[in-house]
Design a protein around this ligand. Structure first.
Ligand code: F6R
Length: 243
């Protein structure tokens, strides 16, 4: 089942998303959260940090696995997703850093790193709540449009449109890594619950395709129509093509 919540704006969306994450943590204090980076969840993380500071949410027993990481970036690199997660959440709440996991961007053998990551997720008994943003081409994680849905964690070549979209964070386009590790569509779909957050008019067309278009690997997010428990939170601008 898919439930769609309309948020007024980004702030409202962030608050609604944070409510769902904190409800999950309250229901199951030792839950496994699947986390995402990017602009979409930044406000949600800030809201969670706020509530943590007020004593309203406790991350001490939470475990987390991130969706993706650039290949070739070290943890210290400010553009790495490791760095992003520490900056926006892990260093600001009482989650045990030893219980937070991301693919290792500097792993020598990419195949082995993918197998390690899948085995790790399995050893945690899977993800309770997976958070997702959505790319302009419908990607989730770094599962780019293609001919088939990828199952497990894999190393992908980023598409020109994704490099273009992400270059805003780097000194120049040449600095954007060309590859990334990402959970596969299979990994994502195994999560017990999925929370998708989508903001802005520039995502309106792809959100419509993902939610109401045909299920196709050309629009990776369309696969979410087949999941049994999905919550989509989108702001008015992102929902503008649907009404
Ligand atoms: C990030 C991720 C990506 C982003 C997507 C949207 O971990 O997996 O799929 O969710 O590229 O990015 P933003 O939120 O920056 O528009």
């Amino acid at each position: 089942m898919m439930v769609i919540y309309e948020a007024k704006d980004y702030k409202d969306l962030s608050r609604k998303a944070a409510n769902i994450v904190s409800a999950q943590v309250i229901m199951k204090p030792n839950c496994v959260l699947g986390l995402a980076t990017g602009s979409s969840p930044e406000g949600m993380y800030a809201q969670l940090v706020d509530w943590y500071n007020k004593g309203d949410v406790d991350f001490s027993r939470v475990k987390s696995v991130n969706l993706d990481e650039y290949r070739g970036l070290s943890r210290e690199n400010e553009q790495s997703y490791y760095y992003f997660m520490h900056k926006h959440l892990f260093d600001k709440v009482n989650i045990d850093a030893n219980n937070t996991y991301l693919p290792n961007g500097l792993a020598e053998d990419p195949d082995e790193e993918c197998r390690r990551y899948d085995a790790l997720i399995e050893s945690l008994n899977g993800v309770d709540l997976q958070l997702l943003g959505m790319g302009h081409n419908g990607h989730i994680g770094f599962n780019e449009p293609g001919d088939c849905f990828d199952k497990g964690t894999h190393c992908v070549d980023l598409q020109p449109s994704t490099i273009e979209a992400n270059k805003r964070f780097f000194a120049s386009e040449d600095d954007v890594p060309r590859q990334a590790y990402t959970m596969g569509i299979g990994t994502i779909m195994k999560a017990k619950k999925i929370l998708v957050i989508v903001s802005g008019a520039d995502k309106a067309e792809i959100l419509k395709k993902a939610l109401y278009g045909p299920i196709t690997p050309q629009v990776p997010a369309s696969v979410l129509q087949m999941h049994s428990d999905v919550i989509v939170i989108a702001d008015e601008a992102a929902l503008s093509a649907i009404k």
